[in-house]
Design a protein around this ligand. Sequence first.
Ligand code: GLN
Length: 482
Amino acid sequence: MKEIWSFSIARESLVKGRMSCVELVTQFIHRAQEFAHYNVWLELFESTALAQAQIVDQRVVAGQLLPLDGFILGIKDVLCHTGHGVTAGSQILKGHNSLFTTTSVSRLEAQGAIVLGRLNCDEFAMGSSNENSSYGPVLNPLDATRVPGGSSGGSAAAVAAGLCHASLGTDTGGSIRQPAAFCGLVGLKPTYSRVSRYGMLAYASSFDQIGPITHTVEDTALLLTFMAGKDSADATSSPEPVPQYSEFLTQPHKSLKLGIIRETLDMPGLDPEIKNWFDQYINQLKESGHEIVDISFPYLNHTVPTYYVLTTAEASSNLSRYDGVRFGYRAPDADTIEEVYFQSRSKGFGAEVKRRIMLGTFVLSAGYYDAYYTRAMQVRRKIADATQEALSKCDFLLSPTTPTVAFELGEKSKDPIAMYLSDIFTVQANLSGHPAITVPVSGHSSGLPFGIQLLGDYFSEANLLSFAQQVMQNNWTEPNRS
Ligand code: GLN
């Protein structure tokens, strides 16, 4: 990893006076220009970032550093930041400026972090490849012919390319973990309610969580410590106390009970190399003193359909506010209020968003509500109960994060079902609300990384991070990045 890419190295340079924060931000601005073809930044907050860097430099001189001074962050384009645009990767919000700042972002800024800009993503966070962004696809910095994953594709690619130290993404069905896995990074979806959603443009409110994408488990622990916690602006945020997550990373390793869901390894679309690697890793874990618990989770094939019924229902409601009147784009030639709605929404939303609004409207419609929405809510309950039951038998559930490594640009964009199945292992944690983290692993013959997902009990992030650290140390070799 190059020097400035790592927060801990950059921080040391600041403290030792080898580099100023203004120089650090300037270097990142130059890199943004050099790697503009990756298409990650939708807006660079150049002047505000440099102004904040000057303030950091004053604190350095005064010897009064805050914990995140020198941390350069990118935020997914669904997180509002006062004075800057926010579009959710959509034309319908083109030109819209945020009126307030996302709580988790302002909490990080209060500790010294600098937000360098907002990052490309699938439109309204709907997608698995970033190809649904109306601002064009993002390239995977590890192989520019491949997708970075989605929907937080810009967030993952920016970190992977060394264009910021870490980023914030959002995860409704896998959108932090899947792109982190495709780009060789750590990505955490916290327990539902652990991090305030205030300031995030909602996709499916009972699933959405904000979380970090980082190079290291240390950086995830550090960011989560400051992001998490009760927020009076989000009634669903939890009052559960927030530990100093970093302190758990140095705990001595103990032997654990690790649950393997049999059905995940039998999934037909699972890349045989990933499966082999995983089988061998299970043996290795046994040899190093962990107990492997065989878990059956008969609902695996129901997770993706349940997710699509419920999230599209919630999306059809959440996205009804984009009506051409209140925010963003308004069709110029509409004569009546109905035409304003119809034309603005027809032109402003892209194909995938329209598909999901229509699906969601259908499953909520009077004649079909019970057959789809009510039924899917019942299945969601069963999935959550079965997951909790599995976790009563083990400390964590382990699985691959995705069935494949990063796929080629265009490979799945014509086949929504194939695209949807790339989230088969990740949606479970969103349906149940459990925390889950992906840790990067090396060893695929393509040279590309893949991820191992660890899923834990509600609010078990401290233990999850501690084990994630161990898994990463044993299985990850940093690839050469330009
Ligand atoms: N890829 C999934 C989808 O298309 C997940 C998206 C997300 O987590 N925001 O819905």
